[in-house]
Design a protein around this ligand. Structure first.
Ligand code: AMP
Ligand code: MG
Length: 351
């Protein structure tokens, strides 16, 4: 105190200037933080769908959007594709009916066990052994305009494909899987969500990433924070007018949102819409009175698999299933009514 009071006029001047200088440095630092993180955006394709990325990277970080896309491509090429011979699912399918079965890697084993659980708990509404019936309808080819003339499958063909379908017919033993002859696995109903999980694992290992929102087709991952402190906004497509939105979810931190809808991939014959989500009971496109289902959970694979299961089950039948998984749901029925599970209400904002 004594020393402080004893300062000369010159010393006083220096002290004041130092204070002003320190304040200026502090303000500059704050402004620099405000300008950061840098935002990187990318729109691309992977897994046969559109991948949109927005990533906020802290100071000193690099544009990692290409690496994120690569995670998805690798997942598809190594594990999930039923079209590329490099993928395990392709290999498993091509060995259907063989006694020795096919060896399954640890990551895919884990995925298949979790999907088996969703199949069981949804009473088979979600069934990833539905590949042969999906191939029969081939809605993807019509939707992609790869096929012009529409030929719908016959009742006999559908019955035959269903005879070879059913998750309960799968055999898992000693790290190998056995598919009965004629069965084909199709992970299309969970693949985009699995991709979100892979991206999440990647992002968690990137110390410079402050926040990100990544959409892989109908599945969207939110992660971390937006630099301006506002919530993530995930639009819910209006199934009656897919270029518009009925509203959106306001989310904080890490979530996964998946939507299944009859407007996503379909073909129309004589005014009737045949879409890509098959009811494993009938072998026909699911018709449970819904146009779309959106599921909100922390886990990507679960949100994606559940969105398909609930679309097949319908609103009432889905409620217990969603509750048992702690997942939230938003349903749009054929009249355009929007129904929310109680847990979804705090996140949804209508337009
Ligand atoms: P999503 O758009 O997530 O509902 O997934 C639909 C895709 O999953 C279809 O294109 C098929 O490849 C496959 N799929 C169709 N119906 C089912 C079903 N009931 N269970 C599991 N996968 C299905
Ligand atoms: Mg799905």
């Amino acid at each position: 105190m004594k020393l402080f009071l004893k300062k000369s006029k010159k010393q006083w001047k220096t002290t004041v200037w130092m204070c002003i200088f320190s304040l200026m440095v502090a303000c500059l630092g704050f402004t620099a933080c405000q300008r950061n993180p840098t935002c990187y955006q990318r729109i691309d394709t992977a897994m046969g769908t559109v991948v949109k990325e927005t990533v906020y990277v802290e100071k000193g970080g690099e544009d990692i959007t290409a690496q994120i896309r690569q995670q998805i491509v690798t997942l598809e090429d190594q594990f999930l594709s039923r079209r590329k011979d490099s993928a395990e699912i392709y290999q498993i399918n091509s060995h259907a009916g063989e006694v020795q079965g096919t060896a399954v890697s640890e990551p895919l084993w884990e995925i298949l066990q979790k999907l088996l659980e969703v199949s069981e708990r949804s009473g088979g509404a979600f069934d990833f052994t539905i590949g042969e019936t999906v191939r029969l309808w081939d809605i993807d080819s019509y939707a992609a305009k790869e096929k012009e003339e529409v030929v719908l499958p016959s009742l006999d063909q559908i019955a035959e494909s269903l005879a070879n379908t059913g998750y309960e017919k799968l055999q898992f033993q000693n790290g190998r899987i056995n598919l009965p002859k004629g069965m084909q696995l199709d992970l299309g109903a969970a693949g985009k969500g699995i991709a979100c999980d892979a991206v999440l694992t990647f992002l968690r290992n990137q110390p410079h990433v402050a926040g990100a929102i990544i959409s892989v087709g109908g599945s969207i991952l939110t992660y971390g924070k937006k630099p301006d402190g506002t919530l993530w906004k995930v639009g819910i497509v209006d199934p009656q007018n897919p270029s518009d939105y009925i509203g959106g979810l306001r989310l904080e931190g890490q979530w996964c949102v998946s939507t299944s809808g009859d407007y996503e991939r379909y073909v129309e014959v004589k005014g009737k819409r045949y879409h890509h989500i098959i009811d494993p009971d009938s072998g026909y496109p699911a018709d449970a009175g819904l146009l779309s289902v959106t599921i909100l959970t922390r886990d990507g694979m679960l949100s994606d698999a559940l969105s398909t299961a609930c679309f097949v089950l319908g609103y009432e039948e889905s409620l217990e299933l969603l509750q048992s998984f702690g997942a939230h749901g938003l349903f749009v029925d054929k009249q355009g009514n929007v129904m929310l599970t109680p847990g979804m209400e705090m996140y949804y904002v209508p337009r």
